[in-house]
Write a protein of this length. Sequence first.
Length: 218
Amino acid sequence: MAFMAERLNRVRILRGERDADPSLRARVEAIKRYQHRRFTRDYAALLSEPRYSQAANFFLGELYGPVDFTDRDAQFERVLPWMARLLPESLMRTVVDLIELHALTEELDQQMAIELPTSDVDDQLYRAAWRAVGRRLDRERQLALLLAIGRALDRHARNKAVTATLRIMRRPAQAAGLGRLQALLEAGLAALARMDGAWAFLRTIEANEQKAIDILFE
């Protein structure tokens, strides 16, 4: 609980810094748009494959999308004690990983934005900002969290008790103003369930992203 609250608070601080500096905010948004374009390009095959398209769109939009997650994060903060009491421990572990990945991604994106001289991001500027920030262990931690979340959602999607618990929570969550969070969890499970096994999908992501990390740190 304390770890999750601290991570969400860190994201709130980062957003506050962007709100105080419109130029920084524009550069962070440019980093996110660049990454979204890169993922869309690199995973075009997965996005177009019926078996994998829903999962690919989930990861692209909900974990790395160039959108404002302020409302979702506020819901996380309000519901942390409630979730810890009601969610199965295995699913709560996945929520912890989601929050850690989100906070780490926001921090790395903002550090890269600080290194940018402009919000017009191209391949050369992106590589230069990546290398200026460094933090290879954190980049590999970012990938490890993404894969752990994917594997966990794949397991949860096969667990009838977990899916039943989420269905039971749907109305109370919506009534409490937590529909965005509920939708995130349900969308993740639905996306992984549709694949009927996520091994090949996640292995493709792991190989591609590890290669990208290796190249950028050469």
